[in-house]
Design a protein around this ligand. Structure first.
Ligand code: HXC
Length: 541
């Protein structure tokens, strides 16, 4: 570690210029002291801890900030703050910065606030000063209207500081909540995140994790074993894969830390700095009326054949760019960001390649939360509908599909940003209503000619409507009767025309022109007056 006598700190730092020895001016002792202090504080933990960090394939706290921010843009705040705790011999371990690097910088030219926990210093544990630094940055970010990116790598509450460190989490949770919906908050987990500490990321908008490096859990494997007898390793209990696919805690999974920070930057490019600003638009060379031949093919396809809705999204999006959120979780619904005519648009799309695109508990939660994010941050919503209904089963009913499904209805109804939908194929029953239907507040509701919009699918419908005739039919005639009845039903209801005749579909559109139609619709809605919610409602949770 450098000290006051270190020659290296006597020359101005970050200077590549070779200065002739005769021209070196004596440096004042205050400057020498200042540079020594900085160098000492910036060095991080002891070399062996840094080496251990590297051996695990992890970056240091400052390297992470360097990956995230535009070069030379970081302005640190609170470098010299340190803990005031003296218990359990921790006085000898006092460190400048208290195990977290905090400050401001720019990502692709736009300002953000950042904090980065340093596992090489007291295991990145959160003492009161550490928490105060994070809270201060969060307050400044909210006042300035800029996003906060938190980089977490910590053993949790600093045990030596007792309740003072628990209170530190309290002040962070409060700020996470006060900033919610006002500025985007992103959590990047690049190490352990255990106990109550997991709740700060859970209160933020997006959580990133890295395979093999990030672990999140309320109680670790040992406590789990003692309490329940279950044997589980860190990765299975709370690794990136688990939280991306099973719990839904993690929105973006990366293969490495550099890959993770690249993804964070990509996401930030879609987000406004705060809730009073529009999301950043960009010029696109992708033509407004580029044809989408895939939608013509979809009209010709067997309506029971599965397909990945991603293909449709890629075809519609500017430059075929789509950033999917929550890729591995509740894959029956797809959510994410794209641009249409240069403007950021949030997409919610049923995905027939998984569970036939039906809505279930997890899909409802996933979409509802995303819709609420989009509504908070002025991002228009495109809904692509191909939904056969709700996923049936005892597990769904007992798991609370009524309660969870209601979140989706609430989120769509509450959202006052421009909302445009396109029915691709099926839109049946309650799920038709839930997916941004006209009378629930859709601004423009379009449909392809091949869409089937009805209370239920033909097969189910005729079994109820004609149960007596079907039962009474001779065995050898039953199938033919069913086919005839199903066709009659389809001709009457399983098309978009009955719905278009009542005005619940605004227009049945030419499939290949869908991109132009959608861009024009959003363009028209740009001046849409946002509804005043008149205070918070009570979303079913
Ligand atoms: C103080 C801590 C610490 C903590 C780690 N360290 N966690 N110091 N408070 N919470 C220190 C270690 O003593 C060690 O110091 C250094 O950090 C590195 O830790 P290691 O154990 O050597 O590292 P590793 O083997 O990688 O294990 C990492 C770990 C483990 C899995 C995170 O340290 C661990 O289990 N820590 C405790 C986790 C925990 O239970 N935290 C409290 C959760 S409850 P030296 O000096 O030896 O290098 C909580 C409540 C929050 O956070 C409530 C909010 C409402």
């Amino acid at each position: 570690m450098p000290d006051l006598n270190d020659e290296a700190i006597r020359a101005p730092q970050n200077s590549d210029k070779k200065v002739h020895p005769k021209k070196v001016r004596p440096v004042s002792e205050s400057l020498v002291k200042y540079r020594a202090l900085r160098a000492q504080a910036e060095a991080g933990g002891p070399p062996e801890k840094i080496e251990a960090q590297k051996k695990r394939g992890k970056l240091t706290a400052r390297e992470r900030i360097a990956y995230l921010l535009d070069e030379g843009s970081f302005q640190e705040i609170g470098l010299l703050m340190e803990s005031r705790c003296t218990d359990f011999g921790i006085k000898d371990k006092h460190i400048k910065g208290d195990g977290v690097v905090t400050g401001f910088g720019k990502v692709n030219g736009r300002p953000i606030a950042v904090f980065s926990e340093d596992f090489t210093q007291l295991g990145g544990s959160l003492g009161r000063t550490h928490a105060d630094k994070i809270a201060r940055i969060m307050d400044m970010a909210r006042d300035a209207g800029v996003p906060v990116v938190g980089i977490l790598d910590s053993g949790g509450a600093r045990i030596q500081e007792g309740v003072d460190s628990l209170d530190g989490y309290g002040e962070i949770f409060l700020r996470n909540t006060l900033s919610s919906g006002k500025i985007p908050q992103i959590s990047v987990i690049v190490g352990p995140c255990a106990g109550g500490a997991v709740y700060s990321p859970a209160l933020t908008d997006f959580v990133f994790m890295v395979k093999g490096i990030s672990h999140m859990f309320v109680t670790g494997p040992e406590v789990v074993k003692a309490a329940t007898g279950e044997e589980v390793d860190f990765e299975t209990l709370g690794g990136a894969q688990t939280h991306s696919s099973k719990s839904g805690v993690c929105h973006f999974m990366a293969n490495s830390e550099p890959d993770c920070f690249r993804q964070v930057k990509e996401l930030l490019d879609f987000l406004p700095s705060n809730s009073s600003e529009p999301a950043p638009a960009i010029e696109t060379k992708d033509s407004h009326d580029r044809k989408v031949p895939l939608l013509e093919k979809l009209c010709e396809m067997d309506p029971r054949k599965p397909y990945r809705v991603h293909h449709i999204i890629w075809w519609l999006a500017d430059d075929h760019k789509f950033m999917e959120v929550h890729h591995g979780y509740a894959r029956n619904i797809v959510i994410g960001f794209m641009r249409l005519g240069g403007r950021v648009t949030g997409v919610i799309a049923n995905n027939p390649s998984h569970m036939a695109g039906a809505l279930d508990i997890n899909a409802s939660d996933k979409a509802a939360r995303f819709i609420r994010f989009l509504n908070c941050f002025n991002i228009p919503i495109l809904t692509l509908v191909d939904v056969p209904g709700y996923w049936p089963g005892v597990a769904q009913e007992h798991g609370g599909i009524i309660r969870h499904g209601a979140k989706l209805l609430y989120a769509y109804s509450e959202a006052s940003v421009p909302k445009v939908s396109l029915v691709l194929r099926k839109a049946y029953g309650g799920a038709y209503i839930a997916m941004n239907s006209k009378l629930m507040g859709g601004d423009f509701n379009f449909s392809l000619p091949s869409a089937e919009i009805a209370v239920m699918g033909p097969r189910g419908a005729i079994e109820i409507l004609y149960s007596k005739q079907i039962k009474e039919a001779k065995d050898e005639e039953r199938d033919a009767l069913k086919a005839k009845l199903a066709k009659e039903y389809s001709d009457k209801f399983a098309s978009p025309y009955q719905t278009a005749s009542t005005g619940s579909i605004d227009e049945v559109i030419e499939p290949a022109s869908a991109r132009a139609t959608l861009i024009d619709a959003f363009e028209l809605l740009r001046g849409k007056k946002r509804r005043d919610s008149g205070g918070p409602g009570n979303i079913p949770l």
